[in-house]
Design a protein around this ligand. Structure first.
Ligand SMILES: [Zn+2]
Length: 381
């Protein structure tokens, strides 16, 4: 079974890739495929819904706020807040358009990931044909701040909609079997985002829902992949939550010719750096003793070698100049690149683990990456 994961143009590429990569890690008969985005660039008419204040916004999402959750939130939405919305019909039309342009088999499933809100106000939906889906990817930060990595709930939503596809013959059957009172099952009605997190932590399926898999004779390999994914997400989320307390950082793996960097214990999350950032990060990773920025020129050759490997530039002069600019102590380039790298790390691992992976040091002193190098496995050497 092929599942085409579409990125609506407004959704951050980083988030899209992280969700895709998370889902692709679990082997089985379901294959998650990347979309070719040029097809999705549409400018169809969309409506704007105005939320005058946070009370209405949260009430309509039926959020039960706990104080701690609210305090955690750093990216609070400023009200009045204009949320761009589309109708379900519009969202499924985008799936259909992709299908026809790409000549996708009727048996395949298409899931649109979009920052748009929708009417009615759901976090995900299924088309009457049961072959097209959408998942809303926005607003998570408003409810959870940086305490939750958004790729987990998004990936989780994708999985549970696919499970429903296998468990029930029709849309109506899905609706009829939803648990109106949450019991920590995948069929709980997700009226609000905080409930999704609780469900993800239990990552469970109740007995009556489990029976649907048997009744409908869902092939074992599919069921196994579903449960691997649910368990995998739960473990990874839990790992991130506990890691600070237990002082247990994730291992890091470096793979492939272009030395892609992955956080092994964070669901294999990739740290996506551009060639220059990656060259600099790997330089610091290679030198656990640290490097004083004023002496960066001494590492010019190593940097150049790494940079050449990562970028497609064949012109040695362009490469030479880029590195020369980077190591020049009278330029600010190095500081700009360093803060970009550290910001990307923070986005990937969260505040609590940032300190271990970032490149830092006192002003004028050596800068270094704290991480115990025993945890770094370079599979490219
Ligand atoms: Zn259930």
């Amino acid at each position: 079974m092929n599942i085409h994961l579409l990125r609506s143009p407004e959704l951050k590429e980083e988030t899209y890739r992280n969700v895709l990569h998370l889902l692709q890690q679990f082997r089985g008969p379901m294959h998650f495929l990347e979309c070719e985005e040029e097809v999705l660039l549409d400018n169809s008419y969309d409506e704007v819904r105005v939320w005058d204040n946070s009370n209405d916004f949260e009430k309509l999402h039926h959020i039960q706020f706990s104080r701690s959750m609210k305090e955690v939130s750093e990216l609070t939405i400023a009200f009045p807040y204009n949320e761009k919305v589309k109708t379900w019909k519009q969202l499924f039309l985008e799936c259909k358009k992709y299908r026809s342009v790409k000549k996708i088999s009727e048996d395949d499933i298409v899931v649109l990931l979009t920052d748009y809100g929708n009417n009615p106000n759901w976090f995900g939906g299924i088309s009457p044909s049961m072959k097209n889906y959408f998942i809303q990817t926005s607003n998570w930060e408003h409810f959870f701040g940086t305490s939750i990595d958004v790729r987990f709930p998004i990936a989780y939503e994708v999985i549970i909609w696919l499970m429903r596809f296998y468990m029930f013959p029709t849309n109506e059957a899905i609706m009829a079997n939803i648990h109106k009172t949450p019991i920590g099952c995948i069929m709980d009605f997700c009226q609000d985002k905080s409930q999704i997190i609780l469900k993800m932590r239990t990552a469970d399926v109740c007995d009556s829902c489990m029976n649907k898999f048997i009744e409908r004779d869902v092939p074992k390999l599919y069921t196994r992949q579903f449960f691997d994914m649910l368990d995998g997400i739960r473990e990874t989320m839990t790992f991130r939550g506990r890691s600070k307390l237990l002082q247990q950082p994730s291992r890091m793996e470096i793979k492939g010719y272009t030395k892609k960097i992955f956080f092994t214990d964070l669901g294999g999350l990739e740290l996506r750096l551009n060639p220059k950032e990656k060259a600099l990060y790997l330089l610091f990773l290679n030198h656990s003793e640290g490097i004083n920025l004023n002496e960066l020129q001494d590492y010019k050759e190593e940097l150049k070698q790494l940079y050449t490997r990562f970028c497609n530039l064949s012109n040695p002069e362009v490469i030479h100049n880029a590195i020369k600019f980077l190591v020049n102590p009278f330029e600010n380039d190095i500081n700009v690149i360093l803060s970009r790298i550290n910001r990307k790390i923070k986005e990937a691992v969260g505040e609590s683990l940032l300190d271990l992976y970032s490149i830092k040091g006192e002003r004028g002193e050596k800068k270094f990456i704290k991480l115990d190098r025993e945890l770094v496995k370079d599979l490219t050497n």
